[in-house]
Unconditional design. Structure first.
Length: 119
């Protein structure tokens, strides 16, 4: 079983930056992609960004394009989310997720880390 552990959340002011990390541990698995999602109170879970484990192709949600960057460090089984120019509407719990090779959806999730953007 793979475990995903997020870290790096916190409280920042509008315009600030924050970097989230997601460490994958446990039984190795053939990873197809890793992604970040977020959920604000009373709202649906929203796709933020994803990265193909092999090749490194990246994809972003419209609301974060140009501000957030997803990267991975394969040797450390770690995915990062660099968040710049944060806005109050970015406030949410951010979840890391993994999609195995052959899976139709993300099937392994972390417990989430809170990001609060407030002046």
């Amino acid at each position: 079983q793979v475990q995903l552990t997020e870290s790096g959340g916190g409280v920042v002011q509008p315009g600030d930056s924050l970097k989230l990390s997601c460490d994958a541990s446990g039984r190795p698995f053939a990873c197809y992609a890793m992604g970040w999602f977020r959920q604000a109170p009373g709202k649906e879970r929203e796709f933020v960004a994803s990265i193909r484990w092999s090749g490194g192709a990246t994809y972003y949600g419209d609301s974060v394009k140009g501000r957030f960057t997803i990267t991975r460090q394969r040797a450390k089984n770690t995915v990062y989310l660099q968040m710049n120019s944060l806005r109050p509407e970015d406030k949410a719990v951010y979840f890391c997720a993994a999609k195995r090779v052959g899976a139709s959806q993300y099937d392994t999730w972390g417990q989430g880390t809170q990001v609060t953007v407030s002046s």
